[in-house]
Design a protein around this ligand. Sequence first.
Ligand SMILES: CC(C)(COP(=O)(O)OP(=O)(O)OC[C@H]1O[C@@H](n2cnc3c(N)ncnc32)[C@H](O)[C@@H]1OP(=O)(O)O)[C@@H](O)C(=O)NCCC(=O)NCCS
Length: 221
Amino acid sequence: MKIFVSSILDVWNTVKADVRAVGDNDPAFKGGIWGWLEVVFCYPGLHAILAHRIIHFLHATLHIPFLPRLLSHVMRWLTGIEIHPGAKIGKRFFIDHGMGIVIGETAEIGNNVKLFHGVTLGGTGKERGKRHPTVHDNVMIGAGAKLLGNITVGEGAKIGAGAVVVRNVEAGSTVVGIPANVRIKHHDQRTSLSSKVLLDRIEMLEQELEILKNYLKKEAA
Ligand SMILES: CC(C)(COP(=O)(O)OP(=O)(O)OC[C@H]1O[C@@H](n2cnc3c(N)ncnc32)[C@H](O)[C@@H]1OP(=O)(O)O)[C@@H](O)C(=O)NCCC(=O)NCCS
């Protein structure tokens, strides 16, 4: 029961973070009540990921057969985005535009990952078991990029639009082309973080500083 309740809470927190991620990531987001109404009703990427949170819960926590796959198929029909119920996706996931996205069963995606339309996180057709990519935190994957096989994309990497990636990508690098080649190596990963994430970090540091100041005051008194 405890595990069930904590899983529900976890799903809820993740859903909130996904909704905020749209506002933080989309330059077209205008804010205000109309902006948020657009986010809730006009972003197929958000609909797909919110549905996936529930579908993944039914599949991975409750081990319900068939229904998760059926729901994922319905969501594909509605949004043009196909996410297998088994795919593990971190917080603040953002899909811009959607349509033509395929995320395979054994794909693993970290936090703050941004995807454009036409992205495939697929298998090569030659592997069994873990056969889809693992994408670490703060990665951006451009429109139409195809990432194939059990490869790893390191933290803060950028995959250019239209790239076909069949080998591991180093953290902080930018790859483009077919097959994808490194264009920029080890750019500063901090520039890949969204302003919201940076502001959250600054706020956290300020809070810690305040706690330390209060502690020192008490010690001095
Ligand atoms: C790959 C990407 C992240 C690079 O951005 P960047 O770090 O600012 O790099 P630059 O734009 O300075 O480009 C660096 C070089 O890579 C080339 N390049 C950039 N993107 C490329 C791509 N997708 N495919 C092939 N070459 C690309 C540029 O022509 C440039 O080449 P040069 O050095 O010979 O002049 C970006 O171009 C990209 O593809 N973003 C995806 C955005 C997207 O999908 N948008 C969809 C909106 S609907």
